[in-house]
Write a protein that binds this ligand. Structure first.
Ligand code: NAD
Length: 270
């Protein structure tokens, strides 16, 4: 099996990366950063998001696994003192894969009808502006839904529902529900502007289209990556046809993960 390891880059994560890499090579696995079947992230959730981004064009053939070198992360199941056990699992056991939905974002531009940018997000996309507020015509399934004015919008995946979305008051969605969630970031509500004020959960095939009504320059984040865009004509969001594949050598049900991350950590059986 071909594998790659993405480290956070700090001394501790780099040491664990080097150790795992050597152990796995000793077990006759092939280190291949071009077309790995297994990508191991060593660090935190941010490192996992980076590993996902690096191999986003190879999702069909790549599965991901996270080792945390700090506190328990949402995508990082294994601790650094379980490395030996994990290496033996990887070398000896065929892995079980769990697939989660992703968000597809398509940005179209007013200065070039043919130009568009397609991106996938594991957690979410957020659309904000540097100055003032964003004003959007929000369409759902091709119909006008509302005119949004406020700091921005967050559109998240089910696995991202525990990240920024949660801080915005969004609901936690089980990843077996193929959906995206739209949450408001400080909407302005008065006699002129009125928004729903609640998070919206859209099923697969229901597209959300945002059309800028005033400015067309935005700060758009895809997970941990933030970019600025000008001449934005529209931003389209829906459940992607691609899915992310997580490697599981032991069960870690979603609700246990949520409990351990946010309520109380329960020690798992060996
Ligand atoms: P970061 O280091 O600021 O990470 C923010 C926190 O989000 C970390 O504690 C991380 O463990 C946690 N996190 C990431 N994905 C998660 C998930 N799916 N479920 C639960 N917690 C999760 O930034 P980063 O490492 O570059 O990560 C980028 C992510 O940070 C974004 O995708 C966004 O979801 C999150 N974020 C959160 C807030 C907020 O909660 N107010 C604000 C901005 C960004």
């Amino acid at each position: 099996m071909k594998f790659a390891i993405v480290s956070r880059g700090d001394e501790r994560s780099d040491k664990i990366k080097a150790k795992m890499k050597q152990y796995l090579i000793d077990f006759d696995l092939l280190y291949d950063t071009e077309t790995p079947e297994l990508v191991i992230s060593v660090g935190g959730d941010g490192t996992f998001l980076e590993a996902f981004r690096r191999y986003v064009d190879k999702l069909d053939t790549t599965a991901f696994l996270g080792v945390h070198t700090g506190h328990l992360g949402f995508y990082t199941d294994w601790t650094s003192d379980e490395i030996e056990k994990l290496v033996i699992e990887i070398a000896k056991t065929p892995f079980h894969v769990v697939e989660y939905p992703l968000l597809e974002v398509i940005i179209r531009f007013s200065n070039d009808e043919k130009k568009s940018l397609r991106s996938l997000a594991l957690n979410e996309t957020t659309i904000k502006t540097v100055e003032g507020s964003v004003v959007f015509d929000v369409q759902i399934r091709g119909e006008h839904f509302e005119t949004f004015r406020g700091d921005g919008l967050c559109i998240s995946t089910p696995s991202g529902s525990t990240a920024y979305n949660k801080a915005l008051g969004g609901g936690i969605i089980h990843p077996s529900l193929e959906s995206i969630q739209i949450t408001e970031i400080a909407s302005i509500n008065n006699r002129v502007f009125r928004t729903i004020g609640s998070p919206l959960i859209l099923p697969k095939h229901h597209t959300c289209l945002l059309r800028p009504l005033r400015k067309d320059s935005f700060i758009i984040a895809f997970d941990h990556i933030t970019r600025s865009f000008t001449n934005v004509k529209s931003i389209q969001c829906r459940v992607a046809k691609e899915r992310v594949r997580f490697v599981r050598y032991r069960p870690f049900p979603f609700w246990n993960r949520v409990r351990d991350s946010f309520v109380t950590e329960v020690k798992r059986d060996e």
